[in-house]
Design a protein. Structure first.
Length: 150
């Protein structure tokens, strides 16, 4: 009986911690997936010597080649769904990678579980085309991530 009571106590302590661990892993996984998605878009632009567009339509991210390059039309080269419970926000959109891998201006992404900025991640695309990812709860510049909107 004592063993059962101890198991109950351990389970009560472990379950919330385990849930937090799962949510942290889901958020980090979404950040890594978005980072790979953006790297694909940039490399495709350079490889094909044409502009590629990263845009969001109905909760799904897409990499497209489009003329003019600022429009989100044309066949999608790759799609990525927003994971359930994870918010991905970007400013400004659409993101256009030019044929040399550069972008017109700085673009910031934030990836959060709900509105928990302290457990979120940030990704920044520099005008040079360089894509940088942050540590958990930090902006790319190392300061604390204060909100889940860029």
């Amino acid at each position: 009986m004592i063993v059962v009571a101890l198991l109950g106590i351990f389970a009560a302590v472990a379950v919330p911690s385990f849930t937090g661990l799962i949510n942290d892993n889901r958020t980090q996984s979404a950040s890594n997936e978005l980072l790979n998605f953006l790297q694909y878009a940039r490399s495709t632009a350079v490889q094909n010597n044409t502009a590629t567009v990263v845009c969001l339509n109905a909760g799904q991210w897409a990499v497209r080649t489009s003329v003019p390059a600022t429009q989100c039309s044309g066949a999608a080269l790759r799609n990525m769904d927003n994971p359930a419970g994870i918010s991905i926000a970007a400013s400004p959109l659409p993101l256009v990678f030019h044929s040399n891998g550069t972008v017109g201006s700085l673009v910031d992404f934030t990836i959060c579980q709900g509105a928990e900025a302290e457990n979120g991640y940030a990704i920044t695309v520099q005008p040079s085309g360089s894509i940088r990812s942050s540590q958990k709860g930090k902006a790319v510049d190392g300061t604390s991530l204060s909100s889940c909107t860029p």
